[in-house]
Design a protein around this ligand. Structure first.
Ligand code: ZN
Length: 424
């Protein structure tokens, strides 16, 4: 155990509170006894922290369960209405903005198409701001109730001294995205690479749940990955770790958008697959064109060959991930990864087997993401949730927030799904 410095009592209280919130967030409803067992905190400590959280409106009571002969035990859960979070997915083909309550039930969304390779930072910032306004208006949520906004971007995010996005293949060179957005919003903002936000979504709520060592691979127009090591995202020196799309798969191969040759992305990125096919396809954008190609593979030998090759390239890339990182699980996601994976997963697994060492391959499962193409936005929205659970205060706080905390709890609309907590 590490040494404690003066100021300890407050630190200890914050740590206990955070441990309890993390535990309850991912497994609710729970009784005080269950929280005590799950966190290792004494029942007295749990009761103290719970009292505080009930007073603040962060936790609410949710019925009770019988205990063996004793008094019924009160069930506790997170108050979904305590605060809201917004996730933004800046992609190659669209900008998506989604507003969630605290347990990640979606309350509103806005979606704007982008033309590939037309990614002027001013235009993208304008669409994000438009989306923020739209989801707040549609959900009738007061901005003061928003804990924060997470933005997933296609590039490397430099956090200091100011947020700069280095999106070499996106046409963004040190774009000061936070500064651009600050012109139109005062909401707390966090930024992260989109593959990493998708990785966190799958890790928290999807196919990566429970994994300690995993790779969540994002295949869209571009290709990236989130490396989960010991339960958290591995970042590297300048946060660029996971740029799997720009590892070389064919020496001297196709020119990549990054300027290099033979990168994985130049073979399995949606744009590259369509280029390798080289024939016109129905559909007005990349997403519908790739869907048409997958469909055409049943009747066209050329389309079938292109997809077979794609499975080989992807499998070889995944074999590299297995040999390098020894993950227990590889999750294939991203809109193109999911589209291709639904048809090609067995072929991709076979190819990976052919390229990975037998021992680590046998310890790895390769599966599709569970959260669909919106996982980047969902994951971006977990950035402010993560800070909240850790007890890092959002800068914006006001009387309006306290009013919000005490507001009546409206049940989530039917058909909406809450991501946080146990879902059998
Ligand atoms: Zn490249």
């Amino acid at each position: 155990m590490r040494d404690r410095k003066p100021g300890t009592v407050r630190d200890l209280r914050r740590e206990n509170r955070s441990a309890l919130l993390w535990s309850l967030y991912f497994s609710q409803p729970r009784t005080r006894q269950e929280l005590s067992e799950a966190t290792g905190l004494s029942l007295a400590s749990v009761s103290n922290v719970v009292r505080e959280l009930l007073d603040e409106g962060i936790v609410i009571e949710a019925g009770s369960v019988d205990s063996d002969g004793g008094r019924p035990r009160v069930l506790l859960r997170m108050n979904p209405e305590y605060g809201y979070v917004i996730g933004v997915d800046v992609g190659e083909t669209r900008v998506r903005v989604e507003l969630f309550d605290l347990v990640m039930t979606e309350r509103a969304k806005a979606d704007y198409r982008l033309r590939p390779r037309k990614h002027d930072p001013g235009v993208v910032a304008e669409l994000i701001l438009q989306g923020l306004g739209a989801v707040l208006a549609d959900s009738a949520i007061d901005p003061s109730a928003v804990l924060g906004v997470g933005v997933g971007v296609p590039g490397i995010v430099q956090q200091e001294p100011e947020v700069l996005v280095h999106g070499q293949t996106y046409g963004w060179d040190a774009v000061p995205l936070e500064r651009l957005l600050r012109a139109g919003t005062s909401l707390p903002l966090r930024f992260e690479n989109g593959a990493k936000t998708m990785g966190q979504a799958e890790l928290w709520f999807g196919a990566g749940r429970g994994a300690r060592h995993a790779v969540v691979a994002l295949v869209a127009s571009g290709v990236g990955a989130a490396l989960i090591s010991g339960g958290s995202t591995y970042r590297g020196t300048t946060s660029s770790a996971g740029e799997w799309g720009h590892t070389t798969i064919v020496f001297g191969g196709r020119t990549c958008r990054c300027g290099s040759a033979g990168c994985l992305e130049a073979y399995v990125g949606a744009e590259s697959i369509l280029e390798r096919y080289g024939r016109p396809l129905p559909g007005e954008d990349e997403e519908s064109a790739l869907a048409a190609l997958v469909e055409a593979a049943d009747s066209s030998a050329l389309a079938a060959t292109i997809l077979d090759d794609t499975a080989e390239y992807l499998g070889a890339g995944i074999g590299n991930l297995i040999n390098l990182f020894n993950p227990e699980r590889i999750v294939l996601g991203g809109w193109a990864g999911l589209l291709l994976g639904r048809k090609l997963l067995p072929a991709i697994q076979d190819a990976a087997r052919g390229h990975a060492l037998r021992h680590p391959f046998a310890a790895t499962s390769i599966e599709l993401g569970h959260l669909g193409p919106e996982a980047v936005a969902l994951g971006a929205a977990t950035l402010p949730v993560e800070r909240f659970l850790k007890g890092i205060p959002a800068p914006a706080d006001s009387a309006a927030r306290s009013r919000q905390r005490r507001a009546a709890i409206a049940p989530a609309a039917a058909g909406q799904r809450a991501w946080a907590g146990d879902r059998g």
